[in-house]
Write a protein that binds this ligand. Structure first.
Ligand code: FES
Ligand SMILES: [Fe+2]
Length: 397
C-alpha cells in the first residue's frame, strides 16, 4: 500500500497563533473553556482537520450493507479526498481506493453502481480490476499498441486506502500510519464485546439521512449529553428522563450516556427479538456513545443504530443513520410497521436536535464567545471530546 502524505504549511501558519486558546480545553472541567470559535467557522480550521485529524486517524465512511452485491461501487468524498468503495466480484471483499485514474488523474466513478466487469476510466479508457490492478491501457504505445516497453503496468494499480470493518461500518485511515484500528479503539471494543454478534438492517425503512447546517463537532457534542433532554426531546424524556441517565467518561477514547430506563414500547404490540446472551444488566439499559471523530452509536437489547457524520463543509454535515436488528426475521413484513415506528422515533429525536446544533453554529460567530463553560456534572462527556480534540490538534500543529 502506498503512503499518502500532505503538506500543511499554509494551514499551520494560521493555526499556530491559536494554540493557546485551544490549550484551555485541557484544563480541569470547572476551569476549562470549549473549543474556540474559529475551529467551527473558519475554512482553514476545517481543512486542517481534514489533513491532520481525519487523514491521520481512523474515521467512518460507510456501511457494508450498502455493498450487498459483488461489483457494488460507491464514491465518497471526505474533505474533498475522493474515495471509492467497492466489493469486488473476484474475492467478494470490500476495499477502498483513491477514486482516481493513474493516467491523468481523472475521477473514475461518479455515482453508486453495480459493475459487471472492470473499472473503466471515462477519459482514455484505462481499465482496472475490481481488486485494483491495471488491466488495460489502450493505445498507450500508439494506435493499436496497448503496451509500451517503458511502462510497467505493475506500478499502475489503483491506490488502495487502508480500511477496516467493524460492526458493519467501514473505516479508513488515509495516511496509512495510524496504529491498528483494534488497538486505537480497544477500550470501546472491549466494553461492547457482548454486541459482537450478527446484525441485520433493512434496506428501506431502517435507513435515513439528514442534512444539517452545522459544524461536525457540534453534532458530536450535542449527542454526548443528556442535559438537553427535558427541553429538546419532550417525547423521549417522558419515558427516559434526565435523571435516568449517567455519563460515560473515558478520557482519551470515547464518551456518552447510559440510559437506565430503556423500555421499548411499540403501538403495534410486536417486539423485536433481543440480541443473544447480553446478560441482565441490558434488560433496561441503553448506551449512547461517540467513537471520535465522527461515529455516533447506540446499543440496546433489541436494536442498535449507527450514525456516520459526514462533514461536507465547515458549517454543513450529512447524518447517515442505519438501524440494525438481531435476527433476519426482524426484517420480514410481519415486523415492518414496528420497524417503521422505531425508525420514526429515532428520526424524530435526531430532527429535534437540528435547531440546536444549527443555533450553536450561528452562535460561534459571536465575537465575544469564549468557548463557553461546562457544567462539571452534566457536561463531562462533552469535555472528554474537547480534551481529546485539543490533544490531537496540539500534537499535529
Ligand atoms: S485519465 Fe484515466 S485513462 Fe486517461
Ligand atoms: Fe438530542
Amino acid at each position: 500500500m502506498e503512503k499518502i502524505s500532505y503538506s500543511n504549511t499554509e494551514i499551520d501558519r494560521f493555526l499556530i497563533p491559536k494554540k493557546n486558546q485551544l490549550k484551555k480545553c485541557l484544563k480541569p472541567i470547572h476551569e476549562a473553556r470549549g473549543i474556540p470559535n474559529d475551529y467551527y467557522i473558519r475554512q482553514e480550521c476545517f481543512e486542517m482537520e481534514g489533513e491532520h485529524l481525519f487523514n491521520k486517524g481512523w474515521f467512518a465512511i460507510g456501511f457494508v450493507k450498502d455493498f450487498p452485491q459483488p461489483g457494488s461501487v460507491k464514491p465518497v468524498n471526505y474533505f474533498k479526498n475522493p474515495l471509492l468503495l467497492i466489493r469486488s466480484t473476484q474475492d467478494k471483499k470490500i476495499r477502498v481506493f483513491q477514486n482516481v485514474c493513474r493516467h491523468r488523474g481523472m475521477t473514475l466513478i461518479e455515482e453508486p453502481a453495480i459493475l459487471k466487469g472492470a473499472i473503466r476510466c471515462p477519459y482514455h479508457s484505462w481499465c482496472y480490476k475490481q481488486t485494483g490492478e491495471v488491466l488495460a491501457t489502450p493505445h498507450i504505445g500508439g494506435p493499436g499498441y496497448n503496451y509500451h516497453s517503458k511502462i510497467d503496468k505493475s506500478e499502475l494499480s489503483l491506490i488502495e486506502v487502508r480500511s477496516h470493518i467493524w460492526r458493519d461500518i467501514i473505516f479508513v485511515n488515509p495516511n496509512g500510519m495510524a496504529p491498528p484500528f483494534e488497538e486505537v479503539h480497544k477500550p470501546l471494543l472491549d466494553r461492547w464485546t457482548v454486541f459482537d454478534q450478527p446484525m441485520y438492517s433493512d434496506m428501506s425503512d431502517s435507513s435515513f439521512k439528514l442534512d444539517v447546517h452545522t459544524n461536525w463537532k457540534l453534532a458530536v457534542e450535542n449527542y454526548l449529553e443528556s442535559y438537553h433532554l427535558p427541553w429538546i426531546h419532550p417525547g423521549l424524556n417522558s419515558y427516559s428522563k434526565l435523571e435516568d441517565h449517567e455519563n460515560i467518561v473515558e478520557y482519551g477514547h470515547y464518551s456518552g450516556q447510559i440510559s437506565t430506563k430503556y423500555i421499548p414500547q411499540y403501538s403495534t404490540g410486536k417486539y423485536f427479538t433481543e440480541f443473544q446472551n447480553l446478560g441482565s444488566e441490558w434488560d433496561t439499559k441503553g448506551e449512547y456513545i461517540v467513537l471520535f471523530p465522527n461515529l455516533i452509536l447506540g446499543v440496546q437489547k433489541d436494536h442498535v443504530f449507527s450514525l456516520i457524520i459526514e462533514p461536507l463543509e465547515v458549517g454543513k454535515i450529512r447524518e447517515n443513520i442505519e438501524i440494525y436488528y438481531s435476527d433476519q426475521s426482524m426484517l420480514s413484513d410481519e415486523y415492518q410497521e414496528t420497524r417503521q415506528e422505531n425508525a420514526k422515533l429515532w428520526k424524530t429525536v435526531f430532527e429535534e436536535d437540528i435547531f440546536v446544533v444549527e443555533g450553536m453554529q450561528k452562535g460561534r460567530y459571536a465575537k465575544g464567545f469564549d468557548g463557553g463553560r461546562f457544567s462539571p456534572v452534566m457536561d463531562e462527556p462533552t469535555h472528554v471530546f474537547h480534551d481529546w480534540y485539543a490533544r490531537k490538534i496540539l500534537t499535529f500543529i
